[in-house]
Design a protein around this ligand. Structure first.
Ligand code: ADP
Ligand code: MG
Length: 350
């Protein structure tokens, strides 16, 4: 069944809808990321779910119970904030125990649950420290333990890893996912980082202008984006505008590139090809007669960026547009150099 449901949820600030009839359904035990650019309404959405912000329209349901009007402390939902929001004067253990003390959980049970929560985030030996004596990653784990010790039905996380440096962030991503796997608590995880969302989630909800544009598993979102915004946000970089349909599966872009594709497109469509799906080959004389074939274009390498595991090329095509290409170093050890004439091609299914 669904653990959390939002139906037509709307929030206005000064007459402007920043969350605009938002629909979202999370299955029990699922890890869903809410992915979108800054200002698209992610935090406002979480605040309404948590009960910190009044809803102007629509309804919020936990399992099948409506919670739209309930005060925050009556909802079995907890939130982890980017800022950690730990009490600086309390120890790690006291921070984690805070919510249980408020609810007058008996002493023995409290000690056991705090111990379990400390073990869950591997901070048993830090129980008596103050937050200021911990690293950023450790403070984040305390915030997580403090939220989970209440055994919420849904855990909301608002960009909890944004303040961590890259290597630590990747470690905490893995750890967070393992914890969620173990607890099977439903997680709604907000991020503006598409790699983080794709790597961590069972499903990704891509948000734009106060609405969800697509909710699907990471592979679907990446390979079959439903809108141009979704495609761009998950890393598409080569767009062919003004697609004209010539016949079944046969199209042409505004700049004259033939495109064959199984995708059934409406009028005024845009095609996109991911940089890593484009193959480069040296342009030889006998390739010239193939110039009219679909899914390829000739050009000249304008720039090369060496990324270690891959090279990224900027190719200027015959029609004077820039095409971004990424090829694995292992597949093409020597690569191409600026000024090389190349043919860029891709498969119809890409
Ligand atoms: P995100 O978390 O996706 O970056 P937010 O939900 O924080 O976006 O904000 C969405 C929009 O709502 C932004 O334009 C923001 O300026 C506006 N907003 C958020 N909170 C308030 C508020 N309390 N008063 C007025 N405008 C707000
Ligand atoms: Mg935010």
């Amino acid at each position: 069944g669904s653990a959390l449901t939002l139906r037509g949820v709307t929030k206005e600030f000064n007459g402007v809808a920043v969350v605009d009839g938002l629909d979202l359904e999370l299955r029990a035990g699922e890890f869903v990321s809410l992915l979108g650019p800054s200002g698209c309404g992610k935090t406002t959405t979480l605040r309404m779910i948590a009960g910190f912000e009044r809803v102007d329209g629509g309804g919020i349901f936990l399992d099948d119970d409506e919670i739209t009007g309930l005060p925050a402390n009556k909802r079995e939902i907890n939130t982890v904030f980017q800022s950690y929001a730990l009490f600086p004067h309390l120890t790690v253990a006291a921070n984690i125990a805070y919510g249980l003390r408020q609810r007058r959980v008996p002493k023995a049970e409290l000690a056991e649950r705090v111990g379990d929560a400390l073990a869950l985030v591997r901070l048993q030996s830090f129980a008596d420290r103050k937050p200021a004596q911990l690293s950023g990653g450790q403070q984040q784990r305390v915030a997580l333990a403090r939220a989970l010790v209440n055994r919420p039905r849904v855990l909301l996380l608002d960009e909890p890893l944004a303040a961590l440096d890259r290597q630590l962030r990747e470690e905490v991503q893995i750890e967070l996912r393992l914890i969620q796997n173990r607890l099977k608590t439903t997680f709604l995880f907000v991020t503006h980082d598409q790699h983080e969302a794709l790597a961590m989630s069972d499903r990704v909800a891509i948000m734009n202008g106060g609405r969800i544009e697509q909710l699907a598993d990471p592979e679907t979102v990446y390979a079959r984006p439903r809108t141009r915004f979704v495609a761009g946000f998950v890393g598409q970089q080569n767009f062919f505008e003004g697609i004209e349909r010539l016949g079944a599966g046969d199209y042409r872009s505004a700049d004259g590139i033939g495109i064959s594709s199984q995708a059934a497109v409406a009028e005024a469509a845009t095609a996109a090809i991911r940089p890593e799906a484009v193959r480069l080959s040296a342009d030889s004389a006998h390739a010239a007669h193939a110039a009219a074939a679909a899914n390829q274009v000739g050009g000249v390498v304008e720039a090369v960026n060496y990324l270690g595991d891959a090279r990224q090329y900027v190719v200027r095509t015959e029609a004077d547009r820039l095409l971004l290409v990424r090829s694995a170093t292992s597949a093409q050890p020597s690569g191409f150099a600026p000024g090389d004439r190349v043919r860029a091609s891709w498969r119809a299914e890409d």
